[in-house]
Design a protein around this ligand. Sequence first.
Ligand SMILES: [Zn+2]
Length: 322
Amino acid sequence: MEVLNRTVRRIVSGGLVRQKTLKSDVECDGVALHSGLPVNMRIRPALPETGIVFRRVDVEAKKQEIQARYDNVVDTRLCTKIANEHGVSVSTIEHLMAALAGCEIDNAIIELNAEEVPVMDGSSAPFVKLIEEVGVVEQGLPRRTIRVLRPVTVRDGEKFVTISPSDEPSIELEIDFECPGIGRQSRRMPMSNGAFLAEIADSRTFGFLHEVEALQAAGLARGGSLDNAVVLSDGEVLNEGGLRHHDEFVRHKILDCLGDLYLAGAPVLGQVTGSCSGHALNNAVLHALLKDEAAWAWDTIEEDETVENAADWTFEPAMASA
Ligand SMILES: [Zn+2]
């Protein structure tokens, strides 16, 4: 804990952290969660200051591009969906966005031949693996970040998300489900030192059997299966092999939050806390933060000491267990 709580800020050789992209193209095939149809996705390197841009290669050229930004979000009910001014959209972007945030990819083009990112196993791990397979390259310009200067909170009844200034950026969330298989869970993830890759990235999305059946009856979640989500029925996890972590549910909520917040267009450096929040509040807090010019500022970051083996880092026990 001593070590974790000490933010190691040491100027290594070059000073500022630089923007990063992939070394080369990488692709995968998967299934779209809602349509159930196959999707091919290719992640491509991009020039500095490009940001993350989705490109729908199945539509006409001038309508293909959708910038991955919070103000392009058009739906947050089942997943995070973005669209451009032509109405061309991409759904279920959050787990890929979390992988890009966790791997510190600033610039990339995401080519898709359908309107959904493939769901893969319901986590970010397959995307992280793809990125790690090809590797990451530093670019000429410094990485820009969004430094939080004063707290911003959004609420929906009992649910809330707050972003506050902090020298140790983190996401700390709590969930509280009546379902006995989930219950009350909370966890804090530092936004540095490899915590996302080591502790969060492989946590899968989850749902309840009766909800999955209702969605499928409505023509949604056609691709949904035990291969790409944790599914519960009567408080029991139906997946063979069970959970990947005892608190996989709250870990996945942190994963979603990281992915949604990366739609700011840069990493948000602040302390995020939330309770029972989801895609809608994650997006609302970005709108609230970024429209308040006194609440944030562009910043750069000095190179941190490299943590050679992120898996060696230890983590606080879940808050709710106290
Ligand atoms: Zn999710």
